[in-house]
Write a protein that binds this ligand. Sequence first.
Ligand SMILES: [Zn+2]
Length: 589
Amino acid sequence: MISQQFLDELLSKNDIVSVVSSYILLKRVGGDFVALCPFHNEKTASFHVYPQSDSFYCFGCETGGSIITFVQKIENLSYIDAVRFLAQKSKMSFFEDDKENSKFFKKNEIFRVNREAAKFFYSSLYTKEGSNALLYLKSRGVNEKAIRHFGIGYSDSSKFSLCNHLFKSGFEEEILKESGLVFNNKTASLSDRFLNRIMFPIIDLNGNVIGFGGRSINDSYPKYLNTKETLVFKKGTNLFSLNFAKKTKENFLILTEGYMDVISLFQLGFENIIATLGTALTFFQSRLLSKYTNNVVIAYDNDEAGQRATDRAISFLRNEGIFVKVLKLEKEKDPDEFVQTYKEQAVYRFSKLIKEAKSDIEYRLQKIKNSISDNSDNEIIYLQKAIKVLCSIKNKMEREIWAKRLSSEFGIDKKTIIHQIELKEVKQKKKSFKEEIKNIKVSLSGRNDIVNKEKAKFLKAASAEELLISYIIHHFEDVDIIFKKISSRDFCTNFNARVMKCIEDFVKQRKMSQNITIHDFQNNFSVSEIGRIAKFFASDISKKDSIVNAFNYIDVVFSEKMRERIFKSDFSEVDTIKDYINVLKRCKK
Ligand SMILES: [Zn+2]
């Protein structure tokens, strides 16, 4: 078990705002912070961090808790492992018991395996077996400096080279399998996953090798093979070369599709290039990007799939408030081919393409125009579609500029265009408002409540219990008065009773007039339960409530409890009925 003293020190060394903001961009609002939630995709920020109560809560997906819960969720760790993670971050020594079951230790071991594998792949490039791979890289114009910079390597075609090397280096079989670098083949012997491939290490923002991309050198299928999902590698959450690109002095990043695009452009002197790892840009990746830049130039492949990926990336990046431009290659398939084609002229020509890159709005409008033939009837269709595009601009000034352009292009009053955009916006808002109301109704009914499963059955009581708990948390000076009137045993729903019991135990043991914090619940509740408790801490209503409100909540709980007893009773319990009538009378007053 972790001692209280250790936890206290840990918490004093790690404040929730700095830990959370090492993952996402936080905006200060009053004394609190808000952000777009890292746990679900959303357009308006509903993720809150409350430094005062050392907690966070997302009103969108109802995730919440303490700094430890946050690390548990975002790093996918158990409670103990999250504590270990924070301890390592703040250079505290941490306990080493139960190593085998610890994801934290496993993750660290996988990093070590990957690092060793990367070194092995790199050195293999310069062996006899690697000579073809080296030739291949040279033929694609990759120079020594780039090979060193990106740690590019080679996995040879023997099935056991890496396996044997890693065993010799002292790693256990289990961790090798967990790293995704080896697997049990049909004859059940351990064998290398990557064969005869150029290996690109994928490095996270802390400098850990989290996985590899392997490109076949003889065009065997698949052309690109990535590390499968492991404890440290999750598809769609990282970007290739962001660890380098984040240091750039440029105020924009260039987003490409492939490893070779990044490497070719790096050799021209561009350091602000990143690549999605063989998948379409995800909201996790765009959220990560928004931490490092406000401007992204998309330079995806020059084909239909690339265009589709561009459209998707635009919407995700816009969502994060990033200004997007789209770079247009002429005939070349991708930036890598562009570099190979223009050789010495490539730097100048590519810089020119960057300068000429169109804003996402211009790009989208042009695409609509291209899809509609020139004919005056089609002007209306174009304008309707264009209005829809302009509707996605949140910035008023930017919107005005585009409305003005459309107005002069088609000889229509700018006000009419703005009016049309606003109408469309109202329609969209109504739709999302309806959706929101629907969700609130479901949540209020308690039907889908996975934390408090009895909520739907005791709806009135459960709501009163929640309000009462929130009140206590926000007005801890009144806790003794409240405990004189009600205890956890009087609660109707088990989950809320457990929360109340935890508060009672805290009060019994507390020193002086100490207030309860989110950490005091941590030991007795699961991650999703802590999320609900974080909601109690986040409640704005409770801050404004007075003790009179608290007494009302108590009355409701009692009256509901009585009602339940009456319904269950066979009317032999005369006292119960009398009690009930008394309570009802008291409530009516
Ligand atoms: Zn959320």
